[in-house]
Design a protein around this ligand. Structure first.
Ligand code: SF4
Length: 362
């Protein structure tokens, strides 16, 4: 097994972090921490939940908007769910937003302080292994090891661990724990994240600029860019379906709230069919009787476990039209739609100007 002088490696990384830490809206700089400032657990939690599956560049604006509107956990706990979901629209993985609200309410009900202990944090909705470690380390400086994709990559390279992900995940966590110092574990966690995001990047690690180059086995072996090894991914299945967009003559649009559980749960969307596999035919489910027209082309979207191809049918209906599902909304805001539904709207928009065109939907 390849060895690394963990304390020396951590010290080198922290020296680099003291001068090169990224400025992030949820972060307390290393200089401020050294002067006694502490990160706000609410902001650490919120940022970490937002950053799951999403880039820092995307999260910044969302984070600013959320914290301007709901500056602490009590404010977020008191917010109506629909408003939080609307503010989250576009960030994806909407179960995170629903858990965010439930978690905020649980923390507020217990007095408003996030637990310090990792196990107690994990008892809260939506807080798993990673987020609990991040909050404990960054907000409370507990000596916890925080392992995200960036950290897995850095550790795989430092130790030249060639076993492929995801099988190597427990091993990489164990190796990362060996490097985690007792002093400044919160800064160390953030330094590892920064190193992975800015220097030890996936395709072209900048080893010449790396503060821990002298400890890195993959760099010495010339295999850095090949790590971490990954097991081949299974191809995602393809599904398909149909969305119905009805516009009333007064401009109101027919929207529904999706069921609370499942994909896009609790979010606003267009009524539609089920989304079966490509070999099956979606069950027609028009929300009202109308002269439905199929718009040309399809909307494509990728979820975690499948690709989706949606056709969009549109209809202009009279002022008295009533739907069997959903509600006509005059206060339609495209910005409050999740990305898939927004794509359907953008797709339909041009067709509404040409409502006579398009193939009739039989
Ligand atoms: Fe990554 Fe290169 Fe630094 Fe090793 S030396 S940790 S491969 S950037």
């Amino acid at each position: 097994m390849r060895e690394i002088d963990g304390p020396a490696c951590a010290a080198a990384l922290l020296r680099w972090y003291d001068g090169a830490a990224r400025v992030l809206p949820w972060r307390v700089s290393p200089a401020a921490r050294a002067a006694g400032a502490r990160a706000d657990p609410y902001r650490v939690w919120l940022s970490e939940v937002m950053l799951q599956q999403t880039t820092v560049a995307t999260v910044r604006d969302y984070f600013h908007r959320f914290t301007a509107r709901w500056p602490d956990v009590h404010a977020l706990a008191a917010a109506p769910e629909a408003e939080v979901l609307a503010e989250w629209a576009g960030l994806g993985y909407y179960a995170r937003a629903r858990n965010l609200i439930v978690c905020a309410r649980a923390v507020a009900a217990a007095g408003g302080e996030f637990p310090h202990d990792r196990k107690a944090l994990q008892a809260l909705p939506g807080i798993g292994t990673y987020t609990s470690a991040a909050i404990a380390a960054i907000a409370y400086d507990a000596p916890e090891t925080v392992v995200d994709g960036n950290v897995e990559r850095v550790v795989a390279r430092l130790f030249a661990e060639t076993a492929p992900l995801p099988r190597s995940r427990p091993r990489l966590a164990e190796l990362a724990a060996r490097l985690t110092p007792q002093r400044r574990p919160g800064d160390f966690a953030q330094a590892m994240m920064d190193l992975g995001a800015t220097v030890c990047t996936p395709r072209s690690p900048d080893c010449a600029a790396c503060p821990v180059q002298g400890f890195c086995h993959a760099q010495a072996l010339g295999i850095a860019a090949q790590l971490p090894a990954k097991a081949p991914k299974a191809a995602k299945p393809q599904r398909h379906g149909l969305a119905y967009i009805a516009r009333r003559s007064d401009g109101a649009l027919l929207l529904e709230t999706r069921p609370p559980r499942g994909l896009l749960g609790g979010m606003p969307g267009w009524p539609g069919t089920d989304w079966p596999d490509a070999a099956q035919t979606p069950t027609p489910a028009p929300p009202l009787a109308a002269d439905w027209r199929l718009t040309p082309g399809t909307v494509r979207h990728t979820f975690t476990h499948f690709h989706l191809s949606l056709q969009v049918a549109i209809a202009e209906v009279g002022p008295q039209a009533e739907a069997g599902r959903g509600q006509f909304r005059a206060d339609f805001d495209p910005g409050a739609l999740p990305t898939l539904m927004r794509k359907c709207w953008d797709h339909a928009l041009a067709a509404f100007g040409d409502i006579g065109g398009g193939a009739p939907l039989r």
